[in-house]
Write a protein that binds this ligand. Sequence first.
Ligand SMILES: Cc1cc2nc3c(=O)[nH]c(=O)nc-3n(C[C@H](O)[C@H](O)[C@H](O)COP(=O)(O)OP(=O)(O)OC[C@H]3O[C@@H](n4cnc5c(N)ncnc54)[C@H](O)[C@@H]3O)c2cc1C
Length: 429
Amino acid sequence: MKTDVIIVGGGIAGLVCARQLSQAGYTVVIFEASPHFGGRIATDEKSHTERGARVLHDWPTHPLHSFLVEAGLQFTQVDYERTEIVDTHGNPLSDLEQDSVNELALEFAGALQETAEEQPQDLSVMDVADHVLSQAEELTSTERQVIDWLLSCRELETGLNLHQASYQALSAPDDLLNNDHLETQDVIPVGGMQPVLSHLARGLDIRLSTPIATVHWNTEKPSVITSSGMQHSAHAVVITVPVGALQNNTVEFSPCLPAPYQDAIESLKMGAEVRVTLDYPDVQWHEKPHFFGLLSTDKPAFPQLINHWPTEHLPRLTAVAAGRHAELFMKMTDDDLIAHAQKAMQTISQSPLPTPAGAVVTRWGQPPYINGSISAVPVGVDPMVRARLAAPLERLIFAGEAATMHHPGTLEGAVYSGIAAATYLERLL
Ligand SMILES: Cc1cc2nc3c(=O)[nH]c(=O)nc-3n(C[C@H](O)[C@H](O)[C@H](O)COP(=O)(O)OP(=O)(O)OC[C@H]3O[C@@H](n4cnc5c(N)ncnc54)[C@H](O)[C@@H]3O)c2cc1C
């Protein structure tokens, strides 16, 4: 059968792009390196644990909203307001204390913004924070812990070590579609991300465990060569391979990519994130909070615990670390990470936690095919590199969470990029 479009990478960007093109009557083949499709939407099959994305942001303006609602999926709202901050002794902050944390967070964010605006050039988030802290009146030890926790939460946004993360990029609005005036929520699909992927993948030609090693692109009939040496050609090729994998040279481009594309790939940075999900026989912590924020005397190792009870009705907690701590955790054994996570979880429990019935450890930062958590703009790099990467090279198009200016680094951004690539090809072919 003749192929119109080859898509390299079966994550959400690839699936969305393939779906739109197939519905428009094109013949599309997706090549996926791993034995599963979904990429960074990865559900652990045995325990139904989300190793990666779990939340659909900006509901109902999310680009998958109509499709998933029509497919009959149900959704549960995530409530970040329901974050319980816990002090170093394991006690939840009182309402009054929580109010002062909110006030301090607002004040700190304002001071960061003001300081960054005064600087002639982009600084790292940590440099801006250090500058603010050097000017601040002496902080109490709790205030200092709160600031450290707030900074760790910023690391969760990009996965980047704050010494590397660009303040300018992190504070820029990530919604160029101008939807900010609309009231939106974050939701979790009932049954997790697997039904989302299954609906998107239905009827598509996906070749699993088929890594693409080479792309010949500068021709009317571009082609790809799999790692086992099979060649396939089409009228266009869409690359949705994460920049972390492209930086690792898992795919060779022949001829070499033009400098703006090469520069864009090299200048973005992949974050690191480690997640440890532990299942307990029952809930031995406060049931209602959707998240727990853990204050610590040192820089918090796991700043956040996700409570799966209110949203999924599971006696399950996930400890999350990104940036500096994830870089350290990356080298630890599973047993050590589980012990570390259990220690963090113990601080929110009213009684000694039993040995978990199940554990899933995920390190987003290891080669070869994803090689990081999400793409982020490091200090000194122009955030517009994402737009440069997304600009079509005639019959070669880059898509995926890195190649978009709309909510980059998210599932939503990956979907927008897949739609943009498909729409361009519908006009071209
Ligand atoms: C821990 C974590 C939590 C997250 N949480 C959220 C969240 O709650 N909400 C949200 O909106 N976003 C979240 N994200 C971000 C979101 O998961 C990603 O932005 C999105 O899934 C990226 O989709 P993609 O299609 O661009 O890339 P991917 O999903 O990475 O897909 C790319 C695919 O390409 C394949 N590939 C690589 N090399 C080759 C090759 N040579 N040949 C063939 N195939 C190849 C890979 O195996 C992969 O399947 C999270 C990310 C992480 C890591």
